[in-house]
Design a protein around this ligand. Sequence first.
Ligand code: ZN
Length: 85
Amino acid sequence: MKSVDTRLAEKLRVRLDAGTLPTTRPRFIWAWPGAGETCSACDQPIAAGQGMYEVDWNEKAYGFHPACYGLWRDELIRRGWYKSS
Ligand SMILES: [Zn+2]
């Protein structure tokens, strides 16, 4: 699984660099059950029965698998970006 995680972390970094993922701490974070949404980090569907985190940032909603959410948040913290906008 390590290579998958490495690829995902790289994808996250590219998206953060491009600004296509939230780059500051979002004002609202919700936890929902998944309903087939596409994960904003790994592009895989978030199946019903899986947990999902939804982040609202700049008028847009981003859905994440719990593990992907953790990776995204950790990367923000690592960059010192995890603060309120
Ligand atoms: Zn994901």
